[in-house]
Design a protein around this ligand. Structure first.
Ligand SMILES: [Zn+2]
Length: 313
């Protein structure tokens, strides 16, 4: 069984998108007077998204006064994200083409969220709220029509629901679960690489959870399909919102019960067993062959660290 780990040490400090200080007040989204009150706060602020891009003000902050955010370009919809220190926080979604117009306007920067996270341009708290805003905004853009009857849907619930005026079906934002796992065999762990990875980078294996499937079975199935190994005991360690476009990563360890690797060439370019010392070198960034692993903002890094340095301070 995997060692128990202190979540503050393993997941709380550097993992991206997990800190979100807002009180979402989900029970008040259907109270029009309350939502109108939040909107009319003079100090209400908003993130601005244009398509999948995040718009930054000249201050370097992604937060603008709500009224200013909604005057920048054509607004598609607005979502109430929650209250922070008594202040209402919103996400304003502009039409996607606004990103090109704002990119050339003085005082604005238009960035994709991966770059914002990778370059550490915002606090961990803001990164978590950006994940919330980007995921729900993406959902709106992809679900403009009723999946039951095809009629254009309308925004309700302060941005957390779409309703069909024809058949009255309610549609809610979706999150797609992905299992990501480190298979271990005593003093070795399994790491692989996809052709799309940066050169030399190896990581944990991952795949989408399917309908009607437990997390444990998804972990075992993906390891079987991608690497040809069988696994037994699965331990859940933690999760990470991953708004590309709307996933939640469910991080696990899995104990291997067979070790001969047979990769699925459609999924992986390579996979092999790495010793604990080698994995520690990957995490430190001094692997003798120059191999690398994902940075500490990604859950794969922490799944590797929790195993490679288990029991060490
Ligand atoms: Zn409908």
């Amino acid at each position: 069984m995997a060692d128990r780990i202190d979540p503050d040490i393993a997941f709380g400090r550097t993992l991206g998108f997990i800190d979100n200080p807002l009180d979402r007040l989900s029970g008040e989204r259907d109270d029009p007077a309350r939502v109108a009150g939040f909107r009319s706060q003079p100090m209400a602020v908003s993130l601005v998204l244009a398509g999948d891009a995040v718009v930054f003000a000249s201050t370097g902050s992604p937060w603008l006064p709500l009224a200013e955010a909604e005057s920048l370009d054509t607004v598609e919809h607005s979502t109430f994200l929650g209250l922070g220190d008594g202040r209402a926080h919103f996400a304003t979604a502009l039409v996607a083409t606004a990103s090109e117009r704002l990119a050339v306007r003085d005082g604005f920067r238009v960035l994709n969220l991966r770059a914002v996270a990778a370059e550490g341009l915002v606090s961990n708290d803001d990164l978590g709220v950006l994940a919330q805003a980007k995921a729900v905004t993406h959902w709106h853009r992809q679900h403009g029509f009723c999946s039951k009857c095809g009629t254009r849907t309308v925004v309700a619930g302060a941005g957390w629901r779409r309703e069909c005026p024809a058949c009255e079906t309610h549609h809610f934002p979706r999150t797609d679960p992905v299992v990501i796992m480190l298979a271990t065999d005593g003093e070795r762990c399994l790491l692989g690489r996809q052709a799309s990875f940066p050169p030399g980078m190896v990581s944990c294996l991952a795949g989408f959870l399917e309908p009607g499937e437990s997390v444990e079975d998804a972990v075992r199935r993906e390891l079987g399909e991608e690497a040809g190994i069988t696994t037994g005991y699965v331990t859940y360690l933690g999760s990470q919102p991953w708004p590309f476009p709307a996933s939640i990563m469910l991080g696990c360890h899995a104990e291997a019960t067979s070790t001969d690797i047979r990769i699925d060439a459609h999924e992986l370019e390579d996979a092999r067993w790495f010793s604990r010392a080698e994995t520690q070198a990957l995490l430190r960034g001094d692997h003798p062959d120059g191999l690398t692993c994902p940075p500490s903002m990604a859950i794969a890094h922490h799944l590797m660290r929790a195993w490679a340095f288990a029991g060490e301070p």
